[in-house]
Design a binder for this molecule. Structure first.
Ligand code: GGG
Length: 353
């Protein structure tokens, strides 16, 4: 064992399960990561668990300590569950935990890959395997989530040339590495005549640096219909903080369920730790019942391993997930009858096969 461990790459991971089903799916994902590590994985994860959550807020008055940046900075990654509690206004919970981490660490690229996994049925009637295989790149540092303004001085969206340029460069680089080399940028510059016009302007400027990528432009409203009616015409998508948040929920539903979709909040400069979380929230309606779909957390764990450089293990985990889905071991949101523990056990077994 010691010779295996001495060859393994060690990573310090901050685990923040948060609220509701976040706690259930993160526990399930840690079991799957343990199975992967003990099945010959080339990594060792050194976890530190944090109780930062709505429960903590209700007992101590804060979601996390003021020193959260110093506490998290030495970590290689942050593995996050969900935030949201029926007794706390959503803007308080979101702005007390998730958004400060994303913004203060400048995790400016929120990456949401989505595709129809083996064994999962898209609600789109004629959707063949491979027709829906997208990466949504969400600007994660400003835009409609800038947190500026207020009720007397209207809520402001902030778009800076610097942040637009860096998210477009990131999105072009994602698109360039994918076979179709196609980037669709989403806008609403017909109605939002300041920030969104700058967004378009910078898109065309950055496009000149990537002559091998084909770029097209879609108004966000028309984009929703294109996603439903012509999913095969899309590949990599870049959009603002709010637009991409909405479009990625639609994308997840079209790929079967919000219960499968992963997110990476990346600081591409790697100066700060990046944060990995399922797209879904805390789902208080099903929390505590043991029926949450853990696939989003598993896929998120695979994205985290990939970012850490453990590409072979990330691939193995995705194969195990698809083998389990392919055998019809699915939770209720996907039309199955398995619970969280059954899906988790099946993925752990598939890893060892
Ligand atoms: N697992 C992510 C989570 O808890 N999300 C809650 C949420 O409302 N997020 C909004 C956002 O990502 O902008």
């Amino acid at each position: 064992i010691s010779s295996v461990q001495s060859k393994a790459n060690k990573y310090k991971i901050a685990v923040i399960p948060g609220d509701g089903i976040g706690k259930e799916v993160i526990e399930a994902a840690l079991a799957v990561l343990d199975a992967l590590a003990s099945a010959g994985g080339s990594f060792v994860l050194d976890y530190e668990h944090f109780d930062w959550s709505s429960e903590r807020f209700k007992t101590t008055g804060s979601y996390m300590p003021d020193s959260f940046l110093d506490v998290l900075q030495p970590k290689d990654a942050i593995f996050f569950g969900a935030v949201g509690d029926p007794t706390v206004p959503d803007h308080i919970s979101l702005w007390s935990l998730l958004l400060p981490i994303r913004q203060r660490f400048q995790q400016y690229a929120n990456v949401r890959p989505i595709r129809v996994l083996k064994g999962i049925k898209s609600p789109l009637a004629d959707c063949k395997p491979g027709d829906l295989d997208w990466v949504i790149v969400r600007e994660n540092s400003e835009g409609e989530y800038a947190g500026q303004g207020g009720r007397t001085h209207q809520e402001l969206a902030i778009f800076s040339r610097h942040a637009i340029r860096r998210i477009f460069r990131f999105a072009f680089e994602v698109a360039e590495k994918r076979p179709r080399k196609l980037l669709t940028f989403v806008t609403k510059s017909n109605a939002q005549r300041s920030g969104m016009v700058l967004w378009d302007e910078v898109a065309y400027e950055v496009a000149k640096e990537y002559p091998h990528v084909t770029m097209d432009k879609m108004l966000v409203d028309a984009m929703t219909t294109r996603m439903v009616l012509r999913p095969e015409s899309l590949d990599t998508i870049v959009a603002t903080n709010l637009h991409a948040d909405i479009l990625s929920d639609l994308a997840a539903a079209l790929a079967g369920s919000i219960g499968i979709a992963p997110t990476s909040n990346l600081d591409p400069t790697r100066r700060a730790p990046s944060m990995f979380e399922p797209v879904h929230g805390s789902a208080p309606d099903i929390s505590g019942k043991g029926i949450a779909n853990p696939i989003a957390a598993f896929w998120t764990a695979a994205e985290m391993l990939d970012w850490l450089g453990e590409k072979a293990d990330a691939k193995l985990l995705m194969e195990a997930i698809e083998s389990v889905c392919g055998r019809g071991i699915l939770t209720k949101d996907l039309g199955g009858s398995a619970n969280t523990a059954e899906v988790t056990d099946a993925v752990c077994t598939a890893i060892k096969e």
